[in-house]
Design a protein around this ligand. Structure first.
Ligand code: B12
Ligand code: SF4
Length: 442
């Protein structure tokens, strides 16, 4: 029997089997569980994304847990409605169990979550959750819980929502215990070796929630990161590591130290990470390669410089081209990511984007395309009217980055969808996106 049950709902997708199912462990729940264990609460994690029959799996877990005091459910925008179904099943089984939601979607939509007439969610943990869930468990353990003393919590009080004082983001990330991977079905993941060495981001690109959701950029020390890498390598026997930081290379000196320690400790791992075009240097790429880095992801978004500036991304197309050359020369394969359908995109500008991607592929880079999506909390969503986008989505499940949810001033939803298909057709050799529209001089 566990006092706390943490649940990752299955990913929903119109595709028969979501490509993201069972891809990576839900590290957020791993961190929450580790903090609970550290404070002597018993916890269990049920990752419904890995099992073929999630409802059956959930019923079994609920039976085995025998009336947990607290059930914590995580979700992103796309699977929010699945999370609600999970909450309903929990409340049907145990009406007195306290149900709390957390994660990037609900932190910005707490009122909608809590004031939903089904009343299956009692509270929402806003933003970072390690300290909040421990304080909440403490409050629930005491008779007559005083929820108002739990910083970072929003909760339902009759028909209204009360929001407590905000919880400051953890300054000392080294003080957090490593994720409780022993509570996760590690053998079921296609990429079990994930690690997060920093939180937040110093930039504030208008389509991204990372800088606001995770707050100021904070980093773990090199020694603390390498300790976890060593654990992944030796305890979990994972040679392939995915460093899932928003931007791993923000602090070049820390990256140098991490690389040196990986080599000194003979970890013999291969890893992927994320950088930015303005942070790529020959020296850093060469050190990363020596430490085992095989792929670096770099956001470009568009082939039009003035749009990059409007996204407040603070990189130049020149830096992108240089980053491709420098990275490839160091023996690392860069993957440049693009988004079609920004508020500024026109047919001609999209052609610039297709052209740039083709140019980078010709140099030996990989490219990945998605559709710009106004997730709650992003400046893109908050400034929708000013940016001239009309959001048509009626359901959060439509927010999938492969599905356009708005018309912009220049392109309707179909035009945006078409841009993604055109790129895919071009990449698979089924069409030529450059046939129709002349190059734009932006
Ligand atoms: C790794 C990753 C993935 C991986 C693995 C996802 C997984 N199983 O966790 C893959 C590649 C599969 C993936 C896919 C997608 N992802 Co993703 N992903 C990330 C990334 C980079 C890291 C997630 C992570 O582990 N963070 C570290 C932990 C510590 O943070 P956390 O999970 O947020 O949890 C903390 C708090 O949120 C809170 N918390 C979270 N849940 C709960 C629950 C309770 C009860 C409590 C109390 C607290 C709490 O406490 C935790 C500890 O502090 C984030 C960006 C980011 N920096 O977080 C994007 C991010 C979560 N992904 C995002 C998106 C959009 C997607 C996709 C929808 C993309 C797509 N369709 O193309 C899919 C959805 C699939 C899915 N079900 O997750 C968005 C979510 C935005 C939104 N509002 O939905 C993010 C924020 C990226 C971004 N900047 O926009 N993703
Ligand atoms: S897109 Fe990348 S660089 Fe921009 S705010 Fe998000 S994480 Fe930071």
């Amino acid at each position: 029997m566990s006092e706390v049950l943490l649940i990752n709902p299955p990913m929903w997708s119109p595709a028969e089997h979501a490509a993201f199912s069972s891809l990576c462990p839900p590290l957020g729940l791993g961190y929450l569980a580790a903090s609970l264990l550290q404070h002597d609460f018993s916890a269990r994690i049920v990752d419904l994304s890995v099992w073929k029959n999630p409802s059956e799996e959930l019923s079994t877990a609920l039976r085995e847990c025998q009336s947990p005091k607290l059930v914590g459910i995580t979700c992103v925008t796309q699977n929010y409605f699945v999370a609600r179904k999970v909450a309903r099943m929990v409340k049907q089984a145990y009406p007195n169990t306290f149900v709390v939601f957390g994660g990037p979607h609900v932190s910005y939509t707490a009122e909608e979550v809590l004031l939903n007439p089904d009343h299956n969610v009692d509270a929402v943990a806003l933003f970072e959750g390690e300290r909040t869930i421990v304080d909440l468990c403490d409050a629930l353990r005491r008779r007559g819980p005083d929820l108002q003393c739990v910083a970072g919590l929003a909760f339902r009080d009759g028909d209204r929502m009360l929001v407590n004082q905000p919880r400051p983001a953890e300054k000392n990330l080294d003080s957090l215990p490593f994720p409780a991977r022993h509570l996760l079905p590690m053998a079921e993941y296609r990429r079990p070796g994930t690690l997060m060495s920093s939180r937040g981001c110093p930039q504030k690109c208008i389509f991204c929630i990372s800088s606001t959701y995770e707050g100021n950029y904070r980093k773990r020390s090199a020694a603390n990161v390498v300790e976890e890498l060593s654990l992944l390598r030796h305890t979990w026997n994972t040679k392939e590591i995915y460093i899932i930081d928003n931007v791993f290379t923000v602090d070049a000196q820390r990256v140098r130290e991490i690389c040196a320690q990986i080599v000194d400790r003979k970890l013999e791992i291969e890893f992927n990470c994320v950088s930015r075009a303005d942070l790529v240097t020959a020296e850093l790429m060469s050190l990363l390669h020596m430490a085992g880095c095989r792929r670096v992801e770099i956001g470009v978004e568009t082939g039009t410089q003035q749009f990059i500036d409007a996204f407040e991304k603070h990189i130049t197309l020149e830096q992108v081209r240089r980053a491709a050359e420098v990275t490839i020369k160091a023996g690392i394969r860069p993957m440049f990511t693009f988004q079609v359908g920004s508020p500024f995109d026109t047919e001609a500008a999209l052609m610039n984007t297709h052209r740039l991607a083709a140019e980078l592929r010709a140099k030996g880079a990989l490219t990945f395309f998605s559709i710009m999506t106004p997730y709650p909390g992003t400046p893109l969503a908050i400034r929708a009217e000013e940016l001239g986008i009309k959001i048509h989505a009626k359901d959060w499940a439509e927010y999938r980055t492969s599905n356009p949810v708005y018309d912009s001033r220049h392109l309707d939803q179909n035009g945006i969808r078409h841009a993604l298909y055109r790129e895919i057709m071009f990449q698979t050799g089924m069409g030529d996106p450059f046939s129709a529209v002349p190059e734009q001089t932006a």
